[in-house]
Write a protein that binds this ligand. Structure first.
Ligand SMILES: Nc1ncnc2c1ncn2[C@@H]1O[C@H](COP(=O)(O)OP(=O)(O)OP(=O)(O)O)[C@@H](O)[C@H]1O
Length: 906
């Protein structure tokens, strides 16, 4: 944890509990307080290392970074260096305990943007990042450089759906929140793809700041919060999708770099060693300087003027105390484990108090409660402890001015130093005497002024004032006497103090002066902090001033740009005042223009952001459309494949058809040849005849004969062709007739099938009736001739039976069956066939249950065993033969049992 950076963030829809998860409450602390506590306990358990902890707390509100620890730090910029991204100018506070860190969070929360929406009364309108920066290094020989790591604890604002009814500012905030979360989603999506494609970290401040964490320089924990509200189902689904994407991101956290020279801890350590060195030198100088001779000479000087000597001592002590307090302050900022004191690092006398151990949290908490003084007094290692604790307090105050308000420090700082047993020192006595003298002098001055007033009044009324004047004069004289006595005593005690002053007393004086100096130093620190704030304000003002100056310059330039002729004319025509007025008007006009421009700029930026959002939506839609298009392309491809396949098949079929036609043609041609041969035979005969006659007529010329024979051949062919055509037409007519007949037959077959099915049903119903009649004991022999009686029975039965049975077979249908039965005899082959089919169906329907068809089955109604039962599609309702007659339908699958009852009569 100490060596590797970490990031924890909560993601989810608004009001799903992100802030609750991260911050928690009094009874149930959240991730942030628990993490801070953990860090400090780890430091406590790590002896041999020094730690310096700093915290920062910022929010990203409407894509603007604000410092929550410093209200003046608004609209901060994100910068980048070799270590990664950072926020320029953010305030970082050194923290000494978990309570200390949490106090900064509490203070920062006051500045966070919170508002209500229709889901959450205190909805976070900004993302917050609490960063804990940890620098650590080993001591002495083990020193291996300074390791820097940081823990980012992030509470994201909740994504808002269109259901969140918002207007104006809330809507704007919501759009910024959604935009940044969308970018976060895109970044996570890209990272989860694992490709080396462009990751749009720069699209939002949030992802920009998280860049180094997300890109694999530390551990990242994502907490997704969901709400059980059904209205948020879509958002919950989206959150889960985000979580599953985030789970696929692979991060290989690496050990943090060693940042030796830049680290604050190193800087402090260097400063401490330099100051220590200086202090040593100063101590040496003092030891050398404050020898016996010098004391004697100091004594002499004290006689001449104590003030001079004291001021010199003060100067030296001041320097010493300043150095001491600086050392203490810097050392206190460095945390070390109290479990294992490190010898030799700090001097024995100061080690306990110089390094603020983590275990001193209690002191800090007590300080917050205002109980520190009591506790420190109970410890009563008297003055040293109280002074050291006051150092602690001062140190904490210097860390945060907020603590000042929390702690009753004024009482601690101004607490007078405790005197050793034995009462007042000489110097204290002197101080007391001096005070008394001063008081007397004041009284005398007051009495003298009263005396003057009385003397003025005595002009009008000398009698009455006289006594008063005398009394006052006596009083004044008495006081003067007292004063002179006191002065005498001061001189005496001064002499005696000089004579009796020992080194111990001097040291006491010095320590008192040191304390005073310490106080002064602290006051100075506060002043300098105030100065810094003032300086910042001054800087701001200066920058404003500069801007104004620039404006003025700009205006001057504009003025200069006005043609000289015009200005000369103006100078001629107008007075200087008018000229100034003109300028002022111009400036005002310019300012108005500027305002307008600013407004336009704001509008444009708003429009821009709107367009950006629209753009993103469109790009999402475009990607969706692309996906659709690609899916369609795939389908098209498949279809094209099928089409080519079909066309190939077609071509094949065509070929086959052509081949078949060719075959048919060849067959025809064979037939024709046969016919032709016959014809040729006839022709030959006639030809021979012709030739005989021709020969007989040879004398009339050969050419004429040949021409006639050709003519005859052509006529024959034509005739033959015609005959063939007629034959073809006749064949086609016969074919179509055949097809028509085929259709007719098909229809007839279908009708027959339908009839068969209906007959099957009718037969089944008939069997039902028969079974019923048998059961009633009024069974009449099955005779087709006695159908009328059967009908009567059915009618009687219908009157008696319940609704279930009547629903099984309607009366009309039964009558209908009987009529059909009259028409169809048992010997009818159709009936025989149907019966056979029904038997087949029964066998299928009624099977023996259990393994091997031998086990009996318990009827669900009468609980009697039966080897055969009706098994319905639901497979739950099994009935024996007799019980099956009593139920109309399965209570589970609603199958009509009556439809299947015919089986029992088989
Ligand atoms: N686990 C929980 N136990 C008790 N209360 C809870 C819990 N989670 C959330 N809440 C309560 O639900 C309310 C909304 O929670 P929270 O403010 O933490 O939601 P959010 O996700 O941070 O909302 P937004 O994004 O709007 O800031 C709060 O009053 C909170 O105390």
């Amino acid at each position: 944890m100490i060596n590797i950076a970490g990031t924890v963030f909560a993601y989810g829809v608004t009001s799903s509990g992100k802030t609750h998860t991260m911050h928690g409450d009094q009874n149930c602390p959240g991730i942030i307080p628990l993490a801070i506590k953990d860090v400090f306990s780890i430091i406590q358990d790590t002896p041999g290392r020094e730690f310096l902890l700093r915290v920062s707390y910022l929010e990203i509100y409407n894509e603007v970074i604000n410092d929550l620890l410093d209200p003046t730090g608004q609209n901060l910029r994100v910068r980048e260096d070799a270590q990664g991204t950072y926020v320029e100018g953010i305030k970082e506070e050194v923290v000494l305990s978990p309570g200390h860190a949490l106090s900064f969070i509490a203070a920062g929360e006051e500045h966070r943007h919170v508002g209500s929406n229709n889901f959450n009364l205190f909805s976070s309108r900004s993302h917050t990042i609490f960063t804990l920066m940890i620098e650590s290094s080993a001591h002495g020989e083990d020193y291996d450089g300074v390791v820097f790591s940081q823990l980012n604890l992030i509470d994201l604002a909740g994504s808002e759906s269109s259901k969140t009814e918002t207007t104006g500012l809330r809507r704007k905030e919501g759009s910024y929140i959604n935009k940044s979360l969308l970018t976060l989603g895109t970044v996570i999506g890209k990272l989860s793809e694992g490709k080396a494609s462009h990751v749009p970290y720069r699209d939002s401040k949030l992802t920009r700041l998280l860049q180094s964490s997300l890109s694999g320089h530390g551990h990242v924990s994502l907490i997704c919060t969901v709400t059980p509200a059904s209205s948020n189902m879509e958002e919950t689904h989206n959150t889960l999708k985000f979580a599953s994407r985030a789970k696929r991101v692979e991060i290989y956290a690496s050990r943090n770099k060693i940042i030796d020279e830049k680290s604050l801890i190193k800087k402090y350590q260097r400063e401490i060693s330099v100051l220590k060195h200086e202090l040593d030198q100063l101590k040496k100088g003092m030891q050398l300087g404050v020898n016996h001779e010098e004391i004697m000479s100091l004594k002499q000087k004290l006689e001449e003027g104590q003030v001079k000597m004291q001021s010199r001592l003060e100067e030296e002590e001041e320097a010493k105390v300043a150095l001491m307090s600086r050392i203490q302050k810097l050392t206190k900022l460095i945390l070390v484990s109290s479990k294992n004191a490190i010898p030799g690092y700090v001097t024995e006398a100061t080690s306990h108090h110089q390094s603020h151990s983590v275990g001193e949290d209690d002191n800090y908490d007590a300080l917050r409660d205002g109980s520190l003084l009591i506790e420190s007094e109970s410890q009563k290692d008297v003055s040293t402890v109280s002074s050291d604790l006051s150092h602690d307090v001062r140190h904490m105050r210097s860390s945060s001015r907020r603590n000042e308000e929390l702690s009753p420090t004024s009482s601690i700082i101004t607490e007078p130093i405790r005197l050793p047993a034995g009462g007042m020192t000489m110097s204290d006595e002197m101080d007391l005497l001096v005070e008394q003298v001063k008081m007397l002098a004041g009284d005398i001055a007051f009495s003298t002024s009263t005396l003057k007033r009385l003397m003025e009044q005595s002009v009008n009324d000398p009698e009455s004032s006289k006594i008063q004047i005398e009394n006052l004069e006596q009083e004044i004289q008495a006081k003067r006497k007292q004063m002179s006595i006191l002065e005498q005593r001061i001189i005496e005690s001064g002499e005696s103090s000089v004579a009796n002053s020992s080194l111990i007393e001097m040291q006491q004086t010095i320590s008192r002066l040191m304390t005073q100096c310490d106080e002064k130093a602290f006051e100075l620190e506060i002043k300098s902090a105030d100065n810094r704030v003032l300086q910042e304000q001054l800087d701001n003002k200066c920058s404003e001033n500069r801007e104004l100056q620039e404006k003025v310059k700009l205006l001057e330039q504009q003025l200069a740009a006005v043609p000289i002729g015009t200005s000369l004319m103006l100078a001629d025509q107008c007075t200087f005042g008018e000229h100034i007025d003109e300028l002022k008007r111009k400036i005002q006009f310019q300012e108005i223009e500027n305002e307008k421009l600013k407004l336009e700029q704001v509008q444009l930026s708003e429009e821009n952001s709107g367009l950006h959002v629209q753009n993103q939506k469109l790009s999402e839609e475009a990607s969706y459309a692309k996906e659709l298009a690609s899916a369609a392309a795939v389908e098209l491809k498949n279809l094209a494949g099928e089409v080519t396949k079909l066309s190939l098949q077609n071509a094949k079929l065509e070929k086959e058809l052509i081949a078949a036609r060719d075959q048919a043609n060849t067959r025809n041609s064979v037939v024709q040849t046969v016919n032709g041969v016959g014809r040729k035979y006839n022709d030959a005969r006639s030809g021979r005849k012709g030739r005989i006659s021709g020969r007989a007529n040879e004398n009339f010329g050969v050419g004429m004969d040949e021409f006639e024979s050709w003519n005859l051949d052509a006529n024959d062919l034509r005739m033959e062709l015609q005959a063939r055509r007629q034959r073809e037409a006749a064949l086609e007519a016969a074919l179509s007739e055949k097809e028509f007949l085929e259709d007719e037959y098909r229809k007839k077959v279908e009708e027959a099938k339908k009839r068969e099915a209906s007959l099957e049903n009718d037969l089944a119903n008939m069997w039902v009736l028969v079974a019923k009649l048998k059961k009633e004991g009024n069974a009449t022999p099955e005779s087709n001739n006695d159908t009328k009686k059967c009908d009567e029975d059915v009618q009687v039965d219908d009157l008696k039976t319940n609704d279930i049975e009547s629903s099984i077979v309607p009366k009309e249908q039964v009558l209908d069956i009987s009529i059909q039965e009259n028409e169809i005899t048992n010997e009818d082959p159709l009936v025989v066939r149907l019966k056979a089919r029904m038997q087949e169906m029964r066998e299928k329907e009624f099977r023996h249950l259990g393994n091997g068809d031998t086990n009996s089955h318990v009827c669900k109604v009468c609980f009697e065993s039966s080897t055969a039962a009706i098994l319905l599609p639901c497979r739950h309702f099994c009935l024996c033969k007799s019980c099956s007659l009593a139920c109309s339908e399965c209570p589970i699958c609603r199958t009509n049992i009556a439809d299947r009852l015919f089986a029992f009569t088989s």
